[in-house]
Design a protein around this ligand. Structure first.
Ligand code: PLP
Ligand code: COI
Length: 342
């Protein structure tokens, strides 16, 4: 156990850990997995990842339970999504077995950085793949590098599980209508930086983007999906420009298990008038309850958490999701991978 880390006050940031793991696809095949103690990578100056944005990543977490076991949440789902992102950018997909093996290796090699149970912190796992072949013509590369590193983290939004305010700004899009929104592509995040920083400077945690084509429907919520509770139903935007969040899918299943109806569909901005709860959800955000949504173009303010506390359904969903991840609630859907330490 690492005694120098103040686990309870960790934020969502980078902290060096002991090792990362790497593997390169070259000459038509994946090579040997390399364990590295260096946080740096040698990269060719003409790599397609640097010039033409052939870069994709994932984000998942490992949790230490009360029983001392370490669980990784939905490991294979993240592996599948990385493959889908790879197909989107004509990159070489990382095979499921390799993704699994490298994630497990990275977690095991950094066991002393897995936060203890009860601290609210977890081990964030960041797989990243980029085009590493030297090329100046705009075409897909031939060589790809896949790396997995880990870092212990606390809550993404400073407020933790307390309502936070978000805003709508129509002059920015995160992605194009038929673009890369459904994939976890670095460029999507680059495109969200300016609006995100503007929102932060005005005291908001995130931008609630509208659909990039019509600016009519709710879309992605900063680096997370958006959901709301309306007439007792769990509603969440369905669109090709949204990243299919594994947390959102899990919450939809948990909601169904609780007997709550789920609707994944277009949600208009006006519908915010009649929602009783709302939240941003994702691996980093978990559930971040939304207090108020301010439409900066119309001046309209949608006050969701009227008494300043998260709503009952969001709270129940949060407790069940966290409970499953920590091993406190039965994992009836087989979402956790238990890490076997030798
Ligand atoms: N949307 C965006 C843009 C994200 O970056 C993330 C984070 O991964 C999510 C949604 C949530 O996805 P997940 O729940 O799979 O982490
Ligand atoms: C995540 O939720 O894992 C994310 O990737 C969001 C952000 C940190 C990029």
């Amino acid at each position: 156990m690492n005694t120098e880390i103040d686990w309870g006050s960790l934020s969502f940031g980078y902290m060096p850990t002991d090792y990362n793991v790497r593997c390169t696809y070259k000459d038509g095949k994946w090579g040997e997995i390399e364990v590295s103690a260096s946080p740096y990578i040698p990269i060719h100056i003409a790599a397609t990842g640097l010039h033409y944005g052939q870069e994709i990543f994932e984000g998942l977490k490992a949790f230490r339970g009360k029983d001392g076991k370490v669980r990784i949440f939905r490991l294979d789902e993240n592996g599948k999504r990385l493959q889908s992102s790879a197909h989107g950018l004509l990159m070489e997909p990382v095979p499921a077995y390799l993704f699994r093996e490298m994630v497990l290796m990275a977690v095991k090699l950094n066991e002393r950085f897995i936060p203890p149970y009860g601290t609210g912190a977890s081990l964030y796992i960041r797989p990243v793949e980029y085009g590493s072949s030297a090329q100046v013509g705009v075409k897909p590369g031939k060589e790809y590098t896949f790396i997995v590193f880990v870092t212990p983290v606390g809550p993404y939004f400073k407020t933790g599980f307390k309502p936070t305010n978000i805003c709508i700004m129509r002059q920015y899009d995160r992605v194009a209508p038929q673009g890369t929104g459904r994939w976890k592509v670095g460029g999507n995040y680059a495109a969200s930086l300016e609006s995100g920083e503007k929102a932060h400077s005005m005291g908001y945690s995130a931008v609630l983007f509208l659909d990039p084509k019509e600016k009519k429907y709710l879309d992605e919520c900063g680096p997370a999906n958006f959901f709301a509770i309306k007439d007792g139903k769990y509603i969440t935007p369905a669109s090709d420009s949204i990243l299919p969040s594994i947390t959102n899918k899990s919450l939809q299943q948990i909601a169904k298990d609780m007997g709550i109806e789920v609707e994944a569909r277009h949600i208009t901005v006006d519908e915010l008038e009649s929602v009783t709860e709302a939240g941003a959800c994702g691996t980093a955000a978990v559930i971040s309850p939304v207090g108020e949504i301010d439409d900066l173009d119309t001046g309209k303010k949608y006050v969701i958490a009227k008494d300043g506390v998260p709503g009952p359904i969001s709270t129940a969903l949060y407790n069940t999701l966290r409970g499953i991840q920590l091993g406190d609630v039965e994992d009836t859907h087989g979402w956790n991978t238990i890490v076997e330490f030798d």
